[in-house]
Design a protein around this ligand. Sequence first.
Ligand SMILES: CCCCCCCC/C=C\CCCCCCCC(=O)SCCNC(=O)CCNC(=O)[C@H](O)C(C)(C)COP(=O)(O)OP(=O)(O)OC[C@H]1O[C@@H](n2cnc3c(N)ncnc32)[C@H](O)[C@@H]1OP(=O)(O)O
Length: 182
Amino acid sequence: MDTEAAVVHPDAPAPGSELAMHYKECFGCGDEQEAGLHLRSTVGEKSSVHSRFLVTTAHQGAPGLAHGGLLACAFDEALGACVGNLLRRPAVTGKLETDFLRPVPVGSTLFIAAHLDGVAGRKIYVSADGHLDAADGPVAVRARGLFVTVGFEHFRSHAGQESLDKLKAAGRARQNDWDINP
Ligand SMILES: CCCCCCCC/C=C\CCCCCCCC(=O)SCCNC(=O)CCNC(=O)[C@H](O)C(C)(C)COP(=O)(O)OP(=O)(O)OC[C@H]1O[C@@H](n2cnc3c(N)ncnc32)[C@H](O)[C@@H]1OP(=O)(O)O
């Protein structure tokens, strides 16, 4: 694939910044989504974002072990947070690949290190490693994502009015908050 290096937006939060949830009802990071994953993310060095996911009994597949689909969801969120916050462009997941290398037990924390790999037009390539219980713990899950830059029209034309009102209330619907360049 022919990609260019991803250039972090000059207004992106600096390394070390704790990222705010992007939407309080988001399944991945929202604090008003009781059944959600409650990921917490921090900007890292060199086009990276570090997210933490505490696996609870709500996330089980087999007894005592995380469900693979929920782990994929955690990576979707972590990769999306990396893309959205570092590039400051609205983008959606086009493709998400996951390798499950080790079981992830209930009670463990997955430390997900996501990194921007490159950009080709509207396509943004991003990948992540999920380390068990420490930033340098063994890699349990690995993921690669392709995000596609979209205009705000994507959300306007597909989401219901009530959701758009919530988005506006959160101050996210203002186009000048983002670089729209699909
Ligand atoms: C106003 C709100 C703003 C919010 C921003 C907040 C940011 C806050 C910060 C951060 C937090 C974010 C955290 C969120 C994390 C979760 C993210 C999700 O889960 S998103 C939901 C799941 N994904 C979908 O629902 C997409 C559904 N699909 C679509 O809408 C379309 O298919 C779309 C937009 C992906 C592409 O459609 P087209 O018509 O616009 O464009 P075409 O031409 O088809 O694709 C563009 C290029 O991408 C490639 N492409 C698209 N899909 C591909 C695929 N699956 N595999 C390979 N290539 C693909 C195509 O081949 C094309 O490439 P070529 O330019 O020709 O080289």
